[in-house]
Ligand binder design. Structure first.
Ligand code: XMP
Ligand code: MG
Length: 183
């Protein structure tokens, strides 16, 4: 198949580019209001959060800074274990800063709850979370997420930063994969 045409790999489109954009408009307005007059550092989690970070940050009127972390979750197969290793740490010192972690998706919540605890230990003024997607039926731990884009069914999704085998991240929408792709 032509590398550039992945439409045959998708079972359906869950969220369109328009739906994602409209939701990001809302979240950006809330962040602008919540952090008016305050310092704000957005922390993106690589690689999945690249699209959300870019599209959210450019909607903000607030003069934010952006930094990035890469983490890897030890675990069997695709399941997160909650034991996390830092592959790339932040450049920024968090002491006294207001931090919003920007994530693509919360599945079990294990990665993010580890990350919140880790960042809180660095002496920030505050740590909140903005996640584009959340799978409520997959939650193993409660994570307090201030800004959520969409609650979605407990299915594997790709696009808008999310990958299957490092593919599909550049799709501008979120979709589910057709079974022939992974079976
Ligand atoms: P936990 O379970 O710790 O995992 O909340 C979050 C991370 O797991 C990845 N993940 C997905 N990636 N489609 C993906 O492409 C999915 O449906 C999916 N669910 C979880 C993702 O890296 C996320 O940061
Ligand atoms: Mg991720």
């Amino acid at each position: 198949m032509d590398q550039s045409d992945v439409s045959g790999d998708l079972a359906n489109v869950l969220l369109t580019e328009e739906q994602i954009g409209a939701k990001l408009d809302e979240i950006a307005a809330r962040i602008d209001a919540d952090y008016a007059g305050k310092d704000l550092l957005l922390v993106g989690v690589l690689k999945g959060a690249v699209m959300v970070m870019a599209d959210l940050a450019r909607r903000l009127h607030h003069p934010v800074q952006m930094d990035w972390m890469a983490v890897s979750s030890y675990g069997s197969g695709t399941k997160s274990s909650g034991v996390v290793r830092i592959l790339k740490d932040l450049d920024a010192d968090l002491s006294g800063r207001n931090v919003v972690i920007v994530e693509d998706i919360i599945d079990s919540g294990l990665t993010l709850s580890w990350l919140v605890a880790n960042l809180r230990s660095r002496g920030p003024a505050s740590v909140e979370i903005a996640a584009m997607l959340r799978k409520p039926d997959a939650a193993k731990v409660d994570v307090d997420v201030r800004y959520v884009g969409f609650d979605i069914p407990n299915e594997f999704v790709v696009g808008y930063g999310l990958d299957y085998d490092e593919k599909y991240r550049n799709l501008p929408f979120v979709g589910t994969l057709a079974p022939h792709v992974y079976s």
